[in-house]
Design a protein. Structure first.
Length: 147
């Protein structure tokens, strides 16, 4: 018999919304910190040129880019209609690319298309883990060993 959550559906929805905004804030904060904006004489189009993938990533940089978006992916695992989930996935992709683009104006940051791809990988890991956990939670026989 599944364990019932003490929160009612509207309370869970409100909690989910609050968690979403918190995660969104932390993702933006983590992507743009330190906040030392600097105007460039380059055009907006020049900023997109910086999104080319590069190979100058340390292991910690690779890991942090993946881990930054795992909570966003986990939040996408809550039950929601498929069109809404697809919209949230597209929003996550736009967020990853947009944050990399904004880093062009922060001299301490280094925008890269590879970082955006790693952010998307983190979002996919989070979504996969959340869906697997939900499947295990809803299964009457548990989920180990996997079938």
């Amino acid at each position: 018999m599944p364990i019932e959550s003490p929160a009612s559906p509207p309370e869970r929805s409100r909690l989910h919304r609050r968690l979403f905004w918190l995660v969104l804030f932390l993702v933006v904060y983590g992507s743009l910190f330190p906040f030392r904006y600097q105007a460039h004489t380059a055009s907006w189009a020049d900023g997109w040129q910086l999104l080319r993938p590069d190979a100058s990533h340390s292991r910690s940089d690779l890991l942090s880019n993946v881990l930054l978006f795992v909570p966003y992916g986990l939040l996408l695992a809550v039950p929601m209609p498929l069109p809404r989930r697809l919209l949230a996935l597209l929003g996550g992709a736009a967020l990853a690319l947009g944050l990399q683009y904004l880093q062009f104006w922060f001299p301490d940051r280094h925008p890269s298309g590879a970082d955006a791809a790693l952010n998307l990988l983190g979002m996919a890991f989070g979504l996969s883990a959340g869906l697997a956990a939900a499947r295990c939670r809803d299964s009457s026989s548990g989920c180990w060993p996997p079938r």
